[in-house]
Design a protein around this ligand. Structure first.
Ligand code: ADP
Ligand code: GLC
Length: 481
């Protein structure tokens, strides 16, 4: 039996700001339980829903020296979906209104505390991991600690570490002195071949240097990040470590995202019945959002963090042109103010055709996946992307830019061969995107049988976790034969 511990900053159903939570919360249940015991550790945020906080069972607490103070660390536990989740408690650090703040220095202090506390808690939880699997910059310091002070203790000596990069853009960077204080690491670690990058300390870089294996969430992104355009200034390092770097594409939870059983939908449907049944959801959503009741309007959904990564600039650029056609656009997302206001503006300007829902809602997200004709994701970069997988599963045809995981998961429609699951474009160019949307709408309007076959193929594609879980298992076996 191999023991693996995920250490991460978010996990569904407890706390979610993006796809990271979906992965950390749903992947561990999909390992072969005969050979792998995979558990998860996250912070105990006060902003978790009360019903989840009520489920947690207190285990124990201890005090840890951190940033010059003796600091309380509580440990809680709960079972969810057959997986054990541990929670690190400290009110000072985790009582805020959200998982992350806009203050990077404070977040560094919080997540370095969490990483250190997570490792320190291990001897007290009756679970000895063979492999520690970290995710993104928030836990990037863990492999460094395993190389350093923790290495001295018998308990930690043989532990291997993996770091998964879900998004290279965020690296956890601040001046060396501050980070050195938080981490308590010696100056040996703050050199350009270790944590230092361009004069600052960079936590993710430390993780990439010291982890025994590095993964990212699609094959294409694993290649892209070795180039200057996508490498976020770490392309040289990633190239140097390419033999330890692999891309394993994400899956989604096929129970949570299933149009046959989804209680959020006005009307459930399957691969067999979507032709007749899905349109009822479109009408219900039009009614709910106050859009024109119109079966023929090409309804495009967007569920996204509203940031530069997601290609929202392209949408802004062609929105007026797009709105001249028989199209409806339904947006659900939060993020940068300029993008939020941009969609609010279009909502006002094209009131019966565009609806901007600027908030977070699990329920509305499912309704969008289960009602729209197409799903738009024109990302500038996309490590994997889960939304397009959800769209495929719900028979909502993705229109995506060919980058990262989008390229690996959406097969471009080929009208001559009768293949493909979506519509794609290559360059980060608004009119290329508009052409792809127009092409899709053309098929939707004039070749409905063809359109439905695209949906058939999309719903047939298998993006459940099993295949990816197997690849992680192989990697764990390689690390610890
Ligand atoms: P990222 O992690 O970069 O945000 P992904 O496509 O991997 O992108 O995952 C995004 C996840 O967050 C999906 O599950 C999507 O449905 C969800 N999501 C994004 N914005 C919202 C929102 N405003 N309300 C509900 N769910 C959202
Ligand atoms: C990140 C990426 C997204 C990926 C998710 C889960 O948030 O932006 O592409 O799907 O992590 O791995």
């Amino acid at each position: 039996m191999k023991n693996v511990l995920f250490i991460a900053s978010e996990a569904v159903p407890f706390i979610k700001t993006g796809g990271l939570a979906d992965v950390v919360g749903s992947l561990p249940a999909c390992f072969d339980k005969r050979y792998f015991d995979v558990r998860v550790m996250i912070p105990k945020y006060n902003c978790m829903y009360q019903k989840y906080k009520d489920m947690l069972e207190y285990i124990t607490n201890f005090y840890m020296d951190y940033n010059g103070r003796s600091t309380y660390v509580g440990i809680f536990r709960c079972q969810w979906n057959g997986v054990t989740f541990y929670f690190i408690d400290n009110e000072y650090y985790f009582s805020g209104e959200s998982a992350y703040t806009s203050d990077m220095k404070w977040d560094l202090e919080r997540f370095i505390f969490f990483s250190r506390a997570a490792l320190s808690a291990l001897p007290l939880i009756d679970f000895h991991p063979d492999i520690i699997h970290c995710h993104d910059w928030q836990t990037g310091i863990v492999p460094v600690y395993l190389h350093d002070s923790f290495h001295e203790g018998e308990f930690y000596r043989d532990m291997k570490s993996v770091i998964t990069i879900h998004n290279l853009k965020f690296q956890g960077t601040w001046d060396v002195k501050t980070v050195q204080n938080y981490t308590g690491l010696s100056s040996y670690y703050f050199a350009p071949d270790k944590l230092e990058a361009y004069k600052d300390a960079n936590i993710l870089k430390g993780g990439i240097v010291f982890a025994d294996a590095i993964t990212t969430v699609s094959r294409t992104y694993a290649e892209e990040i070795k180039t200057e355009f996508y490498g976020e200034k770490l392309d040289g390092l990633l190239k140097a470590r390419e033999h330890d770097l692999r891309g394993i594409v994400n899956g989604i939870d096929y129970n949570d995202y299933n149009p046959e059983t989804d209680n959020f939908l006005a009307n459930k449907y399957s691969k067999k019945t979507f032709r007749k049944e899905k349109i009822k959801n479109k009408r219900a959503l039009q009614d709910q959002l106050g859009l024109e009741r119109n079966d023929g309007a090409f309804m495009i959904g967007i569920v996204s963090r509203l940031t530069g990564q997601k290609g929202i600039d392209l949408v802004a650029y062609i929105m007026d042109e797009l709105m001249q056609e028989d199209v409806q656009v339904v947006v659900l997302g939060t993020g940068e103010e300029q993008y939020e206001n941009m969609f609010r503006h279009f909502d006002w300007k094209y009131n019966n055709r565009c609806r901007a829902n600027i908030y977070y809602s699990e329920e509305l997200s499912h309704k969008i996946y289960g009602s729209c004709d197409a799903f738009l994701m024109p990302s500038l970069f996309e490590p994997c992307g889960l939304s397009q997988l959800m769209a495929l599963r719900y028979g909502t045809v993705p229109i995506v830019r060919e980058t990262g995981g989008l390229k690996d998961t959406v097969i471009p429609y080929n009208e001559y061969e009768g293949t493909g699951t979506g519509f794609t474009f290559t360059n980060f160019n608004a009119h290329e995107m508009l052409n792809a949307i127009r092409y899709a709408r053309g098929v939707f309007v004039a070749h409905r049988r063809e359109w439905n076959k695209i949906i058939d193929r999309g719903m047939d594609a298998d993006f459940s976790w099993w295949n990816s879980a197997r690849q992680y298992q192989e990697m764990y076996d390689w690390l610890k034969p």
